[in-house]
Design a binder for this molecule. Structure first.
Ligand code: NAD
Length: 499
């Protein structure tokens, strides 16, 4: 097979994407107000499509975190005293506000992340649905009835908020990952301090600006800064009752170990290396088309991305042909280049170097690029959409998360071997199985050690169903009523009514 030429980067009007008056205040949002005055320290926000500096934002430290935690603590009694209906009404108003301002949120997210408008639009539309679903679900979140389990003693199970929650989110879906935390945290009656990634704070700040008049002061606070300072303080502060992180396994370990000092609750959504097991009876064209989206959506910077194909050797050659054909049609460009761009740059220069290093090491360990396999020349952090074949079991390419537009292909002959190899990674977030055999479509998922397993699809999410991992991918669930469960606590009250 010959390697196709690398795609061209379609350029557009980056500077015109967001007007200067549409940017949010670039400072911490604490106790219902944006900080004013010159921040003591700032950090640059970079446009990944060309490497230029977009704006500088405040860079906080433990001091700002402590102020935000104090505000959240003060706001807690009144917020938790509201009924689920009252909080749900506010959440629905937040959803309406996001929807009314969807256009600016989409453009801001696209600009800050370099992501295609199509992806940013999906993020914002999904964020609205997360608030709406959670608002409704929190009102239906009733459980055990009161009863006597010991003679003359009536037991009530009260559901309460956990308290002040610290939420730490990554750069790949800054608004959406933030909302996945905020909606259940707030619906359950907690107050929150959220830390966006230092690289992508703009839509979190815009959200705070948009809902400033809806939420009581202190219920939602945003502190900007690095994981090692702001994130670390949220993890070790004795006044934070639960810390929730979406991020890398490394950060998860650090957060959990810092949180251990105060025995606070921890909720971790970490990395993934999703296997895509394609059996010889699968619809190969559907699998290739499915992976065009699931492997390259958001430039593969997606924890559930279908990145590791394990295909039956009898159909491997045909499948790779179909996949390469699909990948060759991806439109690469900057977000300002139009609504039909499908693949943007990676988030930063250092991440770009990491992904290129991953590809180079894979080649050195025996893999071949059937398509892509290199940077695309020009400004910005563009890596060509890549399919690596001949990946050897046990090598880095088969085991580690690339978090870029790279799909690796290995072959197998026996079903048991495919399952064993799929499970033989540190991660346990998501997987997919492609088969037309109905018994296999149930028996194989049961043997896979991943929090989500799709059959004949990949990366299809809904707010009603839980999202989260096993093993190194962390614990705790986003979305669904399971998130409301994770962000609340139960209390048993028992009343002796003997007379
Ligand atoms: P990262 O771990 O570097 O950063 C994530 C967040 O954690 C950032 O806000 C960062 O500042 C903060 N952080 C970093 N070190 C910290 C520390 N020691 N203490 C407290 N906070 C700290 O990850 P990233 O590069 O921003 O995001 C990519 C990673 O996130 C990937 O591994 C990806 O798979 C994972 N991810 C997982 C999900 C999921 O749902 N499971 C979703 C999106 C991303």
């Amino acid at each position: 097979m010959t390697t196709a030429a690398l795609p061209e980067i379609r350029r557009g009007d980056q500077a015109g994407l967001v007007k200067s008056e549409e940017f949010p205040p670039l400072n911490h949002f604490i106790d219902g107000a944006f900080a004013t005055g010159e921040p003591a320290a700032t950090s640059a926000v970079i446009d990944p499509a060309n490497g230029s500096e977009l704006v500088r934002v405040a860079r906080g430290d433990a001091e700002e975190v402590d102020r935000a935690i104090a505000a959240a603590k003060q706001a807690l009694p009144a917020w938790r005293a509201l009924t689920p209906k009252e909080r749900a009404e506010l959440l629905n108003k937040i959803a309406d506000r996001i929807e009314q301002h969807a256009d600016v949120l989409i453009r801001l997210e696209a600009l800050n992340c370099g992501k295609p408008l199509e992806v940013a639009e999906d993020d914002v539309v999904s964020a609205v649905d997360t608030f709406r679903f959670t608002a409704g679900a929190s009102r239906a979140f009733t459980e055990l009835g009161a009863a006597d389990y010991v003679e003359d003693h009536t037991s009530l199970i009260l559901r309460e908020p956990v308290g002040v929650v610290g939420a730490i989110v990554p750069w790949n879906y800054p608004l959406l990952m933030g909302v996945w935390k905020l909606a259940p945290i707030l619906a359950a009656g907690n107050t929150v301090v959220i830390k966006p990634s230092e690289q992508t704070p703009l839509t979190t700040l815009k959200l705070a600006e948009l809902v400033q008049d809806l939420l009581p002061a202190g219920v939602l606070n945003v502190v900007l800064g690095k994981g090692s300072a702001v994130g670390a303080r949220l993890s070790d502060s004795p006044d934070v009752d639960l810390v929730a992180l979406t991020g890398s396994v490394r950060a998860g370990r650090e957060v959990a170990s810092a949180a251990g000092q105060t025995v606070k609750r921890v909720h971790l959504e970490l990395g993934g290396k999703a296997p895509v097991i394609i059996f010889d009876d699968a619809d190969l064209a559907a699998a290739a088309e499915g992976l065009r989206a699931a492997g390259y959506w958001n430039s593969g910077q997606e924890c559930g991305a279908g990145t590791r194909v394990l295909v039956h050797e009898s159909v491997a050659e045909r499948f790779v042909e179909l996949l390469v054909e699909q990948v060759s049609t991806l439109v690469v460009g900057e977000p300002g280049a139009g609504a039909d761009v499908e693949l943007g740059p990676l988030i930063s220069e250092s991440h770009f170097e990491n992904v290129l290093g991953f590809i180079e090491r894979a080649k050195a360990e025996g893999a071949t690029a059937a398509i892509g396999g290199d940077r695309i020349e020009g400004d910005g952090y563009f890596v060509a959409p890549t399919v690596l074949t001949g990946v050897v079991e046990g090598t880095e390419a088969a085991r580690e998360e690339a978090f870029g537009p790279v799909v690796t292909v290995e072959t197998f002959t026996e079903e048991e071997d495919a399952i064993r190899r799929a499970n033989d990674v540190e991660y346990g977030l998501a997987a997919s199985v492609w088969t037309r055999d109905s018994a296999r479509s149930l028996s194989v998922p049961r043997q896979l050690d991943f929090g989500t397993v799709w059959v004949n699809s990949h990366l299809v999410l809904a707010n009603e169903v839980p999202w989260g991992g096993f093993k190194g991918s962390g614990y705790g669930r986003d979305l669904s009523i399971y998130a409301l469960n994770d962000f609340s606590r139960t209390k048993h009250v028992q009343i002796n009514h003997a007379r």
